[in-house]
Design a protein around this ligand. Sequence first.
Ligand code: SAM
Length: 317
Amino acid sequence: MGAGRTASDVDEHTPVLAAEALAGLALEAGGYYVDATFGRGGHSALILQALGREGRLLAIDRDPQAIAAGERRFADEVRLALVHASFADLRTLVPEHAEHRACRGVLFDLGVSSPQLDDPHRGFSFRGDGPLDMRMDPTHGEPVSAWLARASVDEIRQVIASFGEERFARRVAQAIVARRRERPLASTAELATLVAGAVRTREPGKHPATRTFQALRMFINDELGQLERGLRGALEALAPGGRLVVITFHSLEDRLVKRFMQRESQVDPALRKLPVLPPRARPRLALVGRKTRPGEAELARNPRARSALLRVAERLP
Ligand SMILES: C[S@@+](CC[C@H](N)C(=O)[O-])C[C@H]1O[C@@H](n2cnc3c(N)ncnc32)[C@H](O)[C@@H]1O
C-alpha cells in the first residue's frame, strides 16, 4: 500500500469515461443490460441508478475478489445478477439471466481494476513486492511464474515483443532464462529489477518494466483471445437496437475492437457482388459516433484514464 493510502482506497475503482459510457448505452429504464467487467461496480452503480424498478443488470467478472466485493456493496439490489465468469462466455450467460428480456446493451471496460493493480499479492504491479502471479482469476490456469520457469527464450521474447512492443524483448527474455538457472523467479520486485537491468533506454515517466509486466499479464490471461470471443458473444446476445460499448486501454485491444466493429458494420466482401444479399451477408452493427477519449478534467481527476478509448456500435436487425 503506498503512502497515504488506506485499505478502503485499495478496494475502490474510479469508473473511466462514465458519462460517455452511459450515453453510449442509451439506457432505457426498463431494459436488460450487461456489465461484462464489473470490477468494483463503478459503472454498474451508475447503470442501476438510471434503471427503473423493471430494469435488470447482469454483471460479470472473472476475478472472485471483484464478485465478493460486489456482493457486499449490492447486497440489497434485486435488479442485479452478479456472476463469477468470463465474458468470453457471454453468448450463453446473457440468455441464461435474461428472464425473457431482450438485451439492450453490453459494456466492456477492459484491463485491470485499481484493486488488482494496487494489491501486491495479486502480482500485477512492479511497484511493491508480491508473488509473480498476474491471473485475474486465480482459480484457473497457472501463475506467470510457472510459465516463466519453463518457456524458451524465444517464446518469452515473442510475448514481450508482441504484447508489450518492447524493443529490448530479447535481452529481457535472456536475462529471465539466465536468472532462473540460478533460482526460480518468484516475486514481482525481482522481475522488475531484472527487467530494469536489461532495458537500455528510459521512457519518460515510465518504469522500465511497464511493457514487460503488461505483456505478461495480457498473455497469461489470454486477454485478446477472450476479447475476441466476448465481442462475438455480445453481438449474438444483443437485441436489434441494442448498444455495444467498449473502453480499451491498449493499442492492441483497441485495434481488435475497431476491426471487429468495422467488419461487422460492412457487407460481407465475399458476397458483395451477389444480386440479392442473403441475410448472413448484411451488416450486423452500425457505428455510433466517433471514438472518445477522456477530457482534461477527467485526466486531472484520474490519471489512470490516460490511455482510455471508447467506441460504440448499435446492433442492427
Ligand atoms: C477496468 S476493470 C473494470 C472496472 C469497472 N468498470 C468499475 O467501474 O469498477 C476491468 C475488470 O474486468 C475484469 N475482466 C478482465 N477480463 C475479463 C474477462 N475475460 N471476463 C470477465 N471479467 C474480466 C477484471 O477482472 C477487472 O475486474
